[in-house]
Design a protein around this ligand. Structure first.
Ligand SMILES: NC(=O)c1ccc[n+]([C@@H]2O[C@H](COP(=O)([O-])OP(=O)(O)OC[C@H]3O[C@@H](n4cnc5c(N)ncnc54)[C@H](O)[C@@H]3O)[C@@H](O)[C@H]2O)c1
Ligand SMILES: [Zn+2]
Length: 358
């Protein structure tokens, strides 16, 4: 078992990784004495696939548990679902000493974490992420929340889990498109933080694409180490944590302009390629390095070009109204070499036009 510590003082927690861990989550919870009673929250798909296995693992340790489900998909990530779950918890008589278990992808993690943050003003929760994206990104770091009609993730809280349990085996049932979504974030970590990891990805491309589990687990562990280090240094995104937005400033604009028909990971891949173009145009990044990054993105079958049918002007207006833009000025995370980025809002309009072209 690999264990990575997210160092946040008295709110520190471990990320545990091991193939088959789903069967021993109950034992780990009992040994860590987090709670006596647990409520597992999952979407309908994941509940069907892994709900029983997780409940069995808790029950065989003598831990009492219930399962609450909601329909899968981003459309469930809203305040109605939060209200329903909170009512179900109240009807079950769940109190402050009880613990929620988020079993699923980022949608489940964000919803469950937010309910945990606000039900009775806060009850413990743990994460059992089942998508690659959730394993490398959303389950670590304590951002929780939901969408409202006015925008994605506009309502939420920083609320850290007590532990994260990662079982690489659950990824075998993941649809290939969901795997690609996660891979874009994986490449992101190499570019923003760790040249050695970037080279590891290039060297193990085939095995990663074949979902060779020992390699996948190493990939996930290295991403978690990077995210844990970044979050420990800047939990609330005042400074360093903003580097995690590489590919996301332009990516979000592409996602929004496509009315979310382009998946997040695909949009981030396009956003990373566009950010590289900006970095080269600003003479921050060598053309050769940009090509190396773009080749890795293509090597993982991720798209580079923003489809021509989407309106560039609309994308630019989304850039200005992005919730992370300050005074209508978006910030960009631009690589200066592979493994290091800078953050800047000093990017001329013409350069943005050029990056969004083609
Ligand atoms: N909190 C954060 O820091 C953070 C970071 C990144 C993304 N997010 C959020 O994460 C969400 C996206 O997460 P996601 O991509 O995991 O989406 P998701 O949770 O909707 O999962 C995608 C689909 O895969 C299915 N699924 C999950 N695990 C499976 C498995 N092992 N086998 C088969 N099917 C499985 C789900 O039922 C769902 O249909 C977005 O809402 C995004 O805003 C949050
Ligand atoms: Zn992302």
């Amino acid at each position: 078992m690999k264990i990575i510590d997210v160092g946040l003082g008295n709110r520190s927690y471990p990320i545990m990784l091991s193939a088959g861990l789903l069967d021993s989550v109950g034992r780990e919870l009992r040994q860590r004495n987090i709670a006596k009673r647990y409520v597992v929250v999952a979407d309908d798909r994941v509940a069907e696939l892994y709900g029983k296995q997780l409940l069995d693992s808790l029950r065989k340790e003598g831990l009492s548990c219930d399962l609450l489900t909601f329909p899968h998909g981003e459309a469930s990530k809203n305040l109605t679902t939060i209200g329903r779950l909170a009512s179900s918890l109240a009807l079950l008589g769940v109190d402050r000493k009880d613990c929620l278990v988020a079993l699923g992808g980022g949608v489940t993690g964000d919803i469950t974490g937010f309910v945990a943050a606000i039900y009775m003003r806060g009850i413990p929760f743990v994460q059992v992420p089942t998508t690659l994206l959730a394993q490398v990104d959303s389950s670590v770091g304590g951002k929780t929340g939901v969408d409202i009609p006015e925008g994605k993730n506009l309502v939420g809280a920083f609320y850290q889990p007590r532990a994260v349990f990662i079982d690489s085996r659950v990824l075998v049932s993941l649809p290939p498109a969901e795997l690609s979504n996660g891979l874009a974030e994986v490449i992101k970590y190499g570019v923003i933080y760790d040249r050695d990891f970037f080279d590891f990805l290039a060297g193990h491309r085939e095995r990663i694409l074949q979902l060779h589990l020992p390699v996948i687990e190493e990939v996930v562990a290295r991403c978690c180490r990077i995210k844990a280090a970044v979050v420990a240094a800047d939990e609330k995104e005042a400074d360093l944590r903003r580097i995690l937005n590489y590919g996301h400033t332009l990516g979000h604009a592409v996602e929004a302009a496509s009315e979310f028909s382009i998946a997040h990971g695909m949009a981030v891949a396009m956003g990373m390629v566009a950010a590289n173009k900006l970095a080269v145009a600003k003479a921050l990044l060598a053309r050769q390095d940009a090509e190396t990054i773009n080749n890795l993105i293509a090597g993982f079958a991720l798209p580079a070009r923003i489809p021509t049918e989407y309106d560039r002007r609309l994308m630019k207006s989304f850039l200005k109204t992005d919730k992370k833009a300050v005074g209508g000025k978006p910030f960009f995370v631009l690589p200066v070499t592979i493994g290091k980025v800078i953050i800047t809002d000093d990017v001329a309009d013409e350069l943005i036009d050029a990056a969004l072209s083609e």
